[in-house]
Design a protein around this ligand. Structure first.
Ligand code: GLU
Length: 445
């Protein structure tokens, strides 16, 4: 994956005839359109039938709900929630629920499409969905968070279920939210295995061992498999991370555990740096206690506070964005000094940012590959719930590794077969499976 091997750079935006046919705009700043554009670019190279291309260009169902919740001060507030079901050709819709004050329909549509691609790429029998509530969970009390969750579940109960659509945690939600989610659904539904309606539950309440660390672990599994391609191995290699929440902290800790150095970390509170490698475990504890990385430089663990600009320009082998979408813009990409980007967050690289990286010879390992570990262990949780047999951690880790390594190899293979970049190759490997299933199933009637 060195400079000489980067092929088929991104073409002009939204060149697919499907955009005109479906009356979709050509707004290059719209995340949903960017995502569909990348997917259709791969679909064209693969020669995916037109009928499958138009199906995948729009989600199957987009549900928006408004619901009132009694706040601690006695007043009622109205909340807006979403569940988008992108595609279920491979199995029930699957994907997280995000609580964030910027959640909107286009983001949820984008993320649902990425879930379809992720599940197909790692070959788990799920389609793609995503949901969210527009709210700031940090401003809600525990009781308010619970009531918001329960009202949302009752609002969408008819369209979700262990056989139809299975939510999970995402940004702003966690195992506790999933426990309230499952409990509410179990009260409303008379379905057997009703607890399998969500994954990412607490271990005591049907969760899977290893689910919490799974997304970060999947990133490391993919890097361990692909770094040798560019003459590197994790041991002795350096990385920087944006975000030190669930995904970032696990990626950082597991990277360090395998002998890599975490040189710099940035989040919404600031950025820190240590040439010899930050103490990934101490940093995790600091972030849990203080809400962010800021202030770590004042602890005994050795770190310097740095500016955002210095963070991006820090020289590392691997740059791992593990926070929100669209953080690597053109300007940020110009600053970056790395050999490889591993997208641990969903859609963190803008198309303009990606073009700058490609020009520099930096390959981007896309989110549908790198961040698929979470949904993979969600699948294991769903299997365990339905069979009432629970796996030990070794089995979870081993099965996760197998799925991630095979997915990475599938992407490599598509890259060599079609002479394309890793993002396009990942879409091709995902679309091939969906195309095969549509061929077998046909289109009703
Ligand atoms: N929200 C996670 C993702 O974006 C996990 C989804 C799941 O486990 O269903 O991949």
């Amino acid at each position: 994956m060195s400079k000489a091997t980067i092929r088929s750079p991104r073409r002009d935006l939204m060149g697919s005839p499907v955009f005109d046919e479906l009356g979709m705009e050509r707004d290059p700043d719209n995340l949903y359109l960017q995502t569909v554009d990348s997917m259709l670019h791969a679909a064209e190279i693969l020669e995916l039938p037109h009928r499958v291309q138009i199906i995948l260009a729009q989600p199957k169902n987009e549900v928006m709900v408004h619901f009132p919740v009694k706040m601690d001060n006695g007043h009622h507030a109205l909340f807006k929630g979403y569940r988008v079901q992108h595609n279920n050709a491979l199995g029930p819709y699957k994907g997280g629920i995000r609580y964030h004050h910027h959640v909107g329909l286009d983001d949820v549509k984008t993320l649902s499409c990425l879930m379809t691609m992720k599940c197909s790429l790692v070959r788990i029998p799920f389609g793609g969905g995503k949901g969210g509530i527009k709210c700031n969970p940090r401003e809600l009390s525990e009781g308010e968070l619970m009531r918001v969750t329960r009202r949302f579940v009752s609002a969408i109960a008819d369209i979700i279920g262990p056989d139809t659509d299975i939510p999970a945690p995402d940004v702003g939600t966690n195992a506790q939210v999933m426990a309230w989610f499952a409990d509410t659904y179990m009260e409303i539904s008379d379905k057997p295995n009703a607890n399998a309606v969500v994954t990412g539950k607490p271990i005591e309440f049907g969760g899977s061992l290893g689910r919490e660390k799974a997304t970060g672990q999947g990133v490391i599994d993919v890097l361990a498999e692909l770094l040798p391609e560019i003459g590197l191995e994790i041991k002795g290699a350096t990385c920087s991370l944006i975000g030190y929440g669930n995904v970032g902290s696990w990626a950082g800790k597991l990277w360090a555990e395998r002998g890599g150095k975490v040189k710099a970390v940035m989040d919404h509170t600031g950025a820190i740096y240590n040439e010899d490698g930050l103490d990934a475990i101490a940093l995790d504890e600091h972030v849990r206690n203080h809400g962010g990385v800021a202030g770590f430089e004042k602890t005994k663990h050795g770190a310097d506070a740095i500016s955002e600009e210095d963070f991006y320009s820090t020289q590392v082998d691997v740059f791992i964005p593990a926070a929100l979408e669209q953080m690597i813009t053109e300007d940020k990409a110009k600053l970056m000094n790395c050999k490889l980007v591993a997208e641990a967050a969903n859609a963190p690289t803008t198309p303009a940012g990606e073009r700058v990286l490609q020009d520099k010879g930096v390959e981007v390992l896309p989110a549908i590959l790198c961040s698929a570990g979470g949904v993979t262990v969600s699948y294991f949780e769903w299997v365990q719930n339905r069979s009432n047999q629970y796996w030990d951690l070794e089995r979870v880790d081993e099965e996760l590794n197998r799925h991630m390594v095979l997915a990475a190899r599938r992407v490599q293979l598509a890259r060599h077969r079609f002479d394309v970049d890793m993002r396009t190759a990942a879409y091709i490997a995902a679309l091939e499976q969906i195309g095969n299933v549509y061929k077998l199933r046909g289109i009703f009637p």
